[in-house]
Design a protein around this ligand. Structure first.
Ligand SMILES: [Zn+2]
Length: 342
């Protein structure tokens, strides 16, 4: 499968760690028995310059990421408009969200579903079928003090966050880990002669096993909380605890994908967090930027490791259905680090 090919080749060493390694090597050289007083002086001077440079870098980073500091999201989350099908309860530094997974907005009567054995369907390998969406047992406990991490974590297949509609968000990709769902939309002819799409107007669709999910900006979810030209309001929460928004900033201007980091994140003010917060944006694109590809906050290992199991159950244990989870995806759980976006 291409998931490993897509994600696995990314190196894991970030620049800050490399700098620290160089510094510690300098110190080790300085204490070498062969050092002369002169070389020691030069090395100490070089070390001082390096330390100053590092301090300047750290200061700049702190200024840039100031609002990414660990602050509680609880007050902002309580301001959000969670669907009636969601039960939210707050613990010590956590929010527990339970839902039946069925979106609180209209779905289509029929969807284009992959033919048996097809992983990523096209109009030639799909058929119109009744909407298979069924109730799920969504139960996520997420941090309310998100922990910013310079190292990012790949957003896996399956659920990566919960939206205020009660349905889950997936990453941009179809079951092969490389085909962008929003770029792969098509229609087939339904039993009533109408055109039936693969992905609906809300950037969502059900798996054949019945888990409705989004791959991009869900217009019918933003419509629940936003006005036409106003700012985007909170529409979801990702597994690292950072909130998810639509494509407009606090002033109502469109946020282009080019302004986002590699995880679709940005730090700015929002209606729920007027002092600014790191958050994810769904920019309404039909590319890999359509949904969250990585987390910039730490994600609970238990949450990540339970995903494949949950998804395998969701898939009925098959390996050929839409959004399957196979051995490569399981391996991803042990190989989730990639360098920061900076
Ligand atoms: Zn999908």
């Amino acid at each position: 499968m291409s998931e490993r090919a897509t994600h696995g080749k990314t190196p894991t060493v970030g620049a800050p760690a490399t700098n620290r390694d160089v510094h510690s090597q300098d110190v080790a050289t300085d204490s070498h028995p062969g050092s002369t007083p002169l070389s020691r002086t030069v090395l100490i001077a070089l070390l001082a310059v390096a330390v100053m440079a590092t301090a300047a870098t750290t200061t700049a980073r702190a200024a840039k990421t100031g609002t990414r500091a660990s602050t509680s999201t609880t007050a902002g989350l309580k301001k959000a408009t969670w669907g009636a099908n969601i039960t939210a309860s707050y613990g010590s530094g956590t929010i527990r969200l339970r839902s039946n997974g069925i979106p609180n907005h209209a779905m289509l009567a029929q969807y284009a579903l992959p033919d048996n054995g097809v992983m990523v369907p096209t109009a030639a390998t799909a058929h119109a079928g009744s909407n298979p969406t069924i109730a799920q047992n969504i139960d996520f406990t997420l941090p309310t003090v998100p922990a910013w991490s310079a190292t990012t974590t790949i957003a896996p297949m399956g659920a990566i966050g919960l939206m205020i509609s009660g349905a889950v968000l997936f990453n941009p990709y179809e079951g092969d880990g490389g085909t962008v769902a929003m770029a792969n939309n098509f229609t087939v002819t339904g039993s009533d002669g109408t055109k039936v799409p693969f992905v609906d107007a809300c950037s969502g669709h059900p798996t054949p096993q019945g888990m409705y999910h989004y791959h991009g900006l869900p217009a019918c979810v933003t419509a629940e909380v936003d006005t036409g030209k106003g700012p985007s309001h909170l529409i979801g929460i990702a597994f690292d605890g950072y909130p998810i928004y639509g494509d407009r900033n606090a002033k109502g201007a469109k946020v282009p994908a080019s302004k986002l980091d590699r995880c679709n994140g940005i730090t700015s003010a929002t209606p729920e967090f007027p002092k600014g917060i790191y958050h994810y944006v769904l920019p309404g694109t039909a590319t890999a930027t359509s949904s969250i590809r990585c987390f910039h906050g730490k994600v609970s290992a238990s949450l990540m490791t339970r995903l494949p199991r949950m998804t395998i159950a969701m898939m009925g244990g098959t390996s050929t259905a839409h959004h399957p989870i196979g051995t490569s995806a399981r391996a991803l759980v042990c190989d989730l680090r990639m360098p920061a976006a900076s």
